[in-house]
Structures are given as structure tokens and as C-alpha cells.
Design a protein. Structure first.
Length: 208
């Protein structure tokens, strides 16, 4: 397993690289088939003194033959941020292993399609609706509210998948939502975390 440690706004010492490798030994018990071939660790240091509590951020990505697994954490220093990120990573891998045990055992999980089929559209609209804050101009973009403007664009390669697979991959990256191409209908869709372990699904009907 290749381990790559990079620093942003800082140099990474050889001692810290060794510390990362020692910590990552914890995940070995979840990789019995040696599917993980690369772990990418990025350490960011924030120079703003007002952000002392989150001055160090550690982002970790596990590359394997399956979906990527990600975790990130911020703290006052890179060592405590690394510990927190490892804890999140281990938790997600543990859930993935438990999910596979249920899936391949005698007791199957509840279908996500069945769990979300009865979600009322009115309830979904209430969740997404919010009071409209004032709109201001930031260049050519209309910005609502007085928060700082953050623009970040990403493009990902995607394969059509079932709702269950999208839910599984959302858990692995630790996000509250996951954008995917629904396999049966080939519609762009989003599955998202609502409350506790309840989920919602949004489908788009693309018209030309």
C-alpha cells in the first residue's frame, strides 16, 4: 500500500510521514483482501490567527479497486487533526465491512428504494425551503446573504449505479448527499441524509 503525504502552506517532516504510516496500520484489519493500493494524505496549515482551533486540517483518501473512501478533520495541530481523521476513516471502513456482512448474510438490508418511495413531495419542499436572504452582487454572480462567496467546481467520472450503491458510496466519503446517475432510469439523481438514518432522493427528468 502506497502512502503519499503532501503539505499545503507547510513542509512535511519525515518524522510526521512515519507517524502517518504508523497510524494507518489501524486500517489494515479492514483490508484483508489487500484492495487498498494507495492512501493520499494532504495536510493544510491555516495562517490566520483567528482560526487557531482549526489551524491544521488533514484530508485522507483511500484508493482501491472499489469506491474511494475519504475523511477529513481539523484541529489546533496536525497530530490531533490526523488522529481525528483516522477515527473517521476507521468508522467508515467499519460500517462498510458491517454492511457487506449483512448483504452477504441471511438477513438482507431494507431496500433504500422502498425506504424512500413514500417520501412526500410537500415534506421535501419544506426541507429545502428557507427564508430568502437579501441578494447582493459579486461580479456577475447573485449572492444571497452576507456570507463570503466561495466558488468551487469539480468534475468527476461517473458510472450508472443503483440507489443502494450510491448510498453505500455516500457513506464511504462521509457526505450528507451524493450525486449519481440512476442505473434503471438513467436519470441524474441525488440521495441525501435527512434525519438520523432516514434518506431522501431527488431525481431529475432531463428534457431537451
Amino acid at each position: 500500500m502506497e502512502i503519499v503525504v503532501n503539505g499545503r502552506n507547510s513542509e512535511i517532516s519525515e518524522r510526521f510521514r512515519e507517524h502517518v504510516e504508523e497510524k494507518l496500520l489501524r486500517i489494515g484489519k479492514y483490508d484483508t483482501r489487500q484492495k487498498i493500493h494507495r492512501v493520499e494524505v494532504e495536510v493544510t496549515h491555516e495562517k490566520n490567527p483567528r482560526q487557531h482551533d482549526t489551524a491544521a486540517r488533514v484530508e485522507m483518501t483511500l484508493r482501491s479497486r472499489g469506491p474511494a473512501v475519504r475523511a477529513e478533520a481539523a484541529s489546533t495541530d496536525q497530530h490531533s487533526a490526523l488522529d481525528a481523521a483516522i477515527d473517521k476513516l476507521e468508522s467508515r471502513l467499519r460500517r462498510a465491512v458491517d454492511r457487506n456482512r449483512i448483504h452477504h448474510g441471511q438477513r438482507g438490508p431494507t431496500s433504500l428504494g422502498s425506504a424512500t418511495a413514500d417520501l412526500p413531495l410537500e415534506e421535501l419542499a419544506d426541507e429545502l425551503r428557507d427564508d430568502d436572504p437579501p441578494t447582493t452582487k459579486a461580479g456577475p454572480i447573485d449572492v444571497q446573504g452576507d456570507c463570503p462567496l466561495v466558488v468551487r467546481e469539480k468534475t468527476h467520472q461517473a458510472q450508472a449505479m443503483t440507489l443502494e450503491q450510491a448510498m453505500y458510496e455516500m457513506e464511504l466519503v462521509g457526505h450528507d448527499f451524493y450525486l449519481f446517475l440512476e442505473k434503471d432510469s438513467m436519470r441524474p439523481s441525488v440521495v441525501y441524509l435527512r434525519r438520523a438514518y432516514d434518506y431522501g432522493v431527488i431525481h431529475l427528468d432531463v428534457t431537451t
